[in-house]
Write a protein that binds this ligand. Structure first.
Ligand SMILES: Nc1ncnc2c1ncn2[C@@H]1O[C@H](COP(=O)(O)OP(=O)(O)O)[C@@H](O)[C@H]1O
Ligand SMILES: [Mg+2]
Length: 282
């Protein structure tokens, strides 16, 4: 059912050994079919939250649920979780370990005990989705950073998860690499995958996400991304900056150049195209 929670934390609390609580009493749901940005400054708990959602860490208190049912942390429960939710960690070198791209991407599906044909089909589809089919036989240590990022994501995609969770996927990418990655994510979303992305880049969240979860010291605030990012008090509490695109839109509206309901340009390229279409000169 679109919009219902695929995976959710209920009353979740977590602290690292000997550390203060990172999360306490957190309710956090990932609705099916939405693009969700988890926003917070460094150290706000983004990675911890993503690892709790994907089962890599276990809540100290509270529960993790898939389709409304508590996850059992036994072999069967964790397999069910792994085929529903896949996390791609921030550093691809923490994820890639096989000699070649194809071997790495095939590891997860092979471990599920799928027939060879099915594994091959999944690897091919995942490599195509990330636009790296030509790299299948390439040794992973010879890849560029952007290629390693895409190979790591392909490994998660080959598990055909309903929810793909990416920890700061654009960190370290150049602008072209970022655009290629966003295009690949658009393709996965169009094919029905729910995508969750942690980032501290408010402008990226504004242009990419439907919903946002802003991590504040009082816990996450969730809602439509444009609404949350227009809330200056919330951004201050989370110690995030204002999105540049929102300031531009506010200025254009105040000058009567942009109608109230008209979509605002979210990138410099969109602003240029918007200006060119209206004959506005800088
Ligand atoms: N392995 C760990 N052991 C102890 N403390 C950790 C560990 N990982 C993260 N932390 C602490 O937990 C808090 C949240 O970190 P993290 O979830 O990595 O935030 P973010 O991803 O938003 O930067 C920080 O205070 C961080 O120092
Ligand atoms: Mg992090």
């Amino acid at each position: 059912m679109p919009g219902s929670a695929v995976v959710e934390l209920v009353g979740a609390g977590f602290a690292y050994e000997d550390g203060p609580p990172v999360l306490s009493g957190v309710d956090f749901a990932v609705p099916e079919g939405r693009a969700l940005a988890v926003l917070g400054r460094n150290g706000s708990g983004k990675t911890t939250l993503l690892r709790l959602l994907s089962g890599g860490l276990r809540c100290g208190s509270g529960r993790l649920r898939v389709d409304g049912r508590d996850v059992a942390y036994d072999r069967k429960g964790l397999t069910r979780l792994r085929t529903t939710v896949q996390l791609v960690v921030q550093d691809p070198d923490d994820q890639l370990f096989a000699a070649s791209v194809g071997q790495d991407v095939s590891f997860g599906p092979m471990n599920l005990g799928l027939p060879e044909d099915e594994v091959r089909a999944r690897v091919r589809d995942a490599l195509e989705a990330l636009d790296i089919a030509a790299l299948e036989d390439r040794p992973t240590h010879l890849l560029s950073y952007g290629q390693r990022k895409r190979a790591a994501i392909a490994g998660a995609v080959a598990m055909r998860p309903r929810v793909l969770i990416l920890d700061e996927p654009t960190a370290g990418l150049d602008p072209h690499g970022q655009e290629r990655l966003l295009a690949a994510l658009d393709g996965l979303r169009a094919a029905g995958t729910t995508v969750v992305m942690a980032t501290h880049d408010v402008d990226l969240a504004l242009r990419w996400a439907d919903d946002a979860a802003v991590l504040t010291p009082d816990g996450p605030r969730t809602g439509p991304v444009a609404e949350l990012l227009a809330d200056a008090g919330l951004l201050d509490a989370a110690r995030l900056r204002r999105p540049w695109a929102m300031s531009v839109a506010r200025l254009l509206r105040a000058r009567g150049l942009l109608g109230e309901g008209e979509p605002a340009p979210c990138t410099p390229e969109e602003l240029d195209a918007w200006a060119a279409a209206r004959g506005v000169r800088g």
